[in-house]
Write a protein that binds this ligand. Sequence first.
Ligand code: ADP
Length: 209
Amino acid sequence: MRSIKYLGMVSTILASLPRRSKPSRPDKSLARRLVLLGPPGSGKGTHAERLAAEPGGPHLPPGDMLRRAGAAGSELGRRAAGFVAAGELVPDELVTEAVLARLSAPDAADGWILDGFPRTVGQARRLGELPEDRGVELVLVLEVPDETVFERIAGRRREDDDPAVVRRRIDVYRKDTLPVLAHYDRLGIVRRVDGTGAPGEVYERIVAV
Ligand code: ADP
């Protein structure tokens, strides 16, 4: 049952996601359809952006989209704000269809990089319903210990970077997102990369996968 309200929200999300005007095949990329996962502060946003800029294919970060919607005061933003501020995941139905719709946009036809999605097994299952030639090819996990997460996050200032909220986001990652990795491990498409060290070093490890 999709209300007009719901469709309105989806179009808000679509409008807020970055678009590239010219699709380009990610010839140097590890995979054309890549999911980057890792705990908060693991650097997935930074690396996803760089991967998207070099080999091409839109980078789709739902966390940014939700924060932008919050700043814009849209309905999605209002509905998501409490969850984001508390370090909880936003309910699947608020993000899943919007992300999937974005993946069918023309500029995503040749590949995409998802950063922070799927974060629940429900989201992964829904993504898994895409035809094989449009589905996930590779899941790259950036591994960093909790201490590193706290050090890194202490150096940035975002509303949801309060230490108690970060602790909650780490717990949520363990509870909801590690099962997503188990799901993809069963499919044999997960590669793990050491996410510690300077961004340049981590990037070299990623492209060497
Ligand atoms: P981080 O990886 O540092 O936790 P993100 O920017 O990826 O930061 O996410 C920030 C917040 O946005 C999350 O704590 C959560 O509330 C929400 N969020 C992001 N991606 C999803 C998703 N796939 N499903 C549900 N909520 C999400």
